[in-house]
Write a protein that binds this ligand. Structure first.
Ligand code: ARG
Length: 471
């Protein structure tokens, strides 16, 4: 007979028992369930619902149970459906009939909502620390390789030179916003549902504020029906997690390309590579690939959370139970991904020469040259046209833009049909001016504004990021 089975005369079909139980997954909530129960019991004492002797016995029993859970000594009984029923039964086995008062003034509906908020809050705190560690690894690599030049791309085609450190700091920015989103979600979820009962509120004058404070909540939920059926905090957290995973996945994707010998920009350490069962030559960035793969799980979890909620009338519906596995899975995947990528970045070897050689291909200083012609008096659209012609000519002759001859520059200026271009073609200093602007160093240095890749700006940005991560 189930613990809720008083009005039933028939037994539950074994298929239903197997189908409805959640103990395999909601054991994850056990410690939070015990914390919630201890606070609830103390609240019952303060409200005069339970005598002090009962409160003391219940709290002592729950604390002992916490020890059992922590040391793995507890045996979860699948016949008892979920973690709440299991712990209540285990408490009774330990301290006797007084355990039967534990559930006074409480429903599993406000109980599980409380557990889930406590669990999610703890998860956010771990994730925040892991995000900081990942940011530190990125900043550490940026500091170590502060002078390394990377051919920045758009459309995967060579675009403009950037510092590798600038590229890495882009991810630091993303991860900082991810931290902010999780912190926002934490603030909103940090209220206590205890006292909401099954849906209507408890029939006892519970000290909701005191119980909430004991559990570290900032306040209490204002509406009992909302409290037991709302899981929008799960959606918020999963949205933040899915987006953060997308950020990690983008970086993981870059690592897979950069470690291909055709690029040869980076070498993933042995510790963060794996081999092939058949091909002895292989060194694969499997961990980075799995980050990409686990991102799918995070996105799926967000979709599941939203889809579970979309058809639910008020108040609690059992569908909500299906929200736990995706939440637990997505957060485990995120934590694992953060730990793995942090180690991968900390041990990543950079081949600065390969990056630099790649930066010398693709005419990636063309924009810098066009800007210089604008400084010399040409309107930008004419300058764009002239440099385009210069690139085409240089490509035909197999030269870099920094190695073109005066005659090439004069010929290119001729395509502009612009009096300013004619003036520049007549000026003997123009060729040298173009060649100077066409160096990687000049192109880099020219992006000298807030958020730009000029080395002085990047050094300042790296220092600011380091400062932020210390405090
Ligand atoms: N395992 C359930 C859940 O996760 C606990 C709440 C059960 N409540 C109920 N009315 N059946 O949602």
């Amino acid at each position: 007979m189930q613990r809720w089975g008083g009005r039933f005369s028939g037994e539950t079909d074994p298929r239903v028992i197997a189908f409805t139980r959640s103990i395999e997954i909601d054991v994850a909530l056990a410690l939070d369930d015990i914390e919630g129960s201890i606070a609830h019991v103390r609240g019952l004492g303060r409200a005069g619902v339970l005598p002090a002797t009962d409160v003391a016995a219940l709290v002592a029993g729950l604390e002992a149970l916490r020890g059992d859970v922590e040391s793995g000594r507890i045996e979860w009984d699948p016949a008892l459906e979920d973690v709440h029923m299991n712990l209540e039964a285990a408490l009774e086995a330990r301290i006797g009939p007084v355990a039967r008062s534990l559930h006074t003034g409480r429903s599993r509906n406000d109980q599980v909502a409380t557990d889930l908020r406590l669990w999610t809050r703890r998860a956010i705190d771990r994730l925040d620390a892991a995000l900081v560690a990942m940011e530190r690894a990125l900043v550490g690599l940026a500091e170590r390789e502060i002078d390394v030049i990377l051919p920045g791309t758009t459309h995967i085609q060579p675009a403009q030179p950037v510092l590798l450190a600038h590229h890495l700091l882009a991810y630091v920015e993303m991860l900082e916003r991810d931290r902010g989103r999780l912190a926002d979600a934490r603030r909103r979820l940090n209220v206590s549902p205890l006292g909401a009962g099954a849906l209507a509120g408890s029939g006892w004058p519970l000290d909701r504020a005191g119980t909430a404070a004991e559990l570290g909540f900032e306040g209490v939920t204002a509406n009992s029906m909302d409290a037991v059926s709302d899981r929008d905090f799960v959606v918020e957290v999963l949205a933040a997690v899915a987006l953060a995973m997308v950020h990690l996945s983008r970086f993981a994707e870059e690592v897979t390309w950069w470690s291909n010998p055709r690029f040869g920009f980076v070498r993933v350490s042995d510790a963060f590579s794996t081999g092939s069962s058949m091909m002895p030559n292989k060194r694969n960035p499997d961990p980075a690939e799995l980050v990409r793969g686990k991102t799918a799980r995070a996105i799926a979890a967000l979709t599941a959370a939203l889809t579970i909620l979309k058809g639910l009338p008020l108040a609690y519906q059992r569908d909500l139970q299906e929200g736990l596995p995706p939440l637990v899975g997505a957060i485990a995947g995120f934590e694992g991904s953060l730990g793995t990528m942090t180690g991968l970045v900390a041990t990543l070897a950079i081949d600065a020469d390969r990056m630099r050689a790649a930066a010398d291909e693709g005419y990636i200083t063309a924009t810098s040259v066009a800007d210089e012609l604008v400084r010399a008096g040409l309107p930008f659209r004419s300058a764009h046209h002239v440099v385009g012609a210069l690139v085409a000519a240089a490509e035909q002759r197999g030269l870099g833009l920094h190695a073109v001859e005066d005659a090439d520059v004069v010929a290119a200026l001729g395509v502009a049909d612009d009096p300013a271009a004619a003036r520049l073609a007549a000026d003997t200093a123009t060729g040298e001016r173009v060649r100077r602007a066409a160096t990687i160093e000049a192109a880099l240095a020219s992006a000298d504004l807030i958020g730009g890749t000029a080395p002085t700006r990047v050094r300042a940005a790296v220092a600011a990021a380091r400062q932020r991560l210390v405090g």
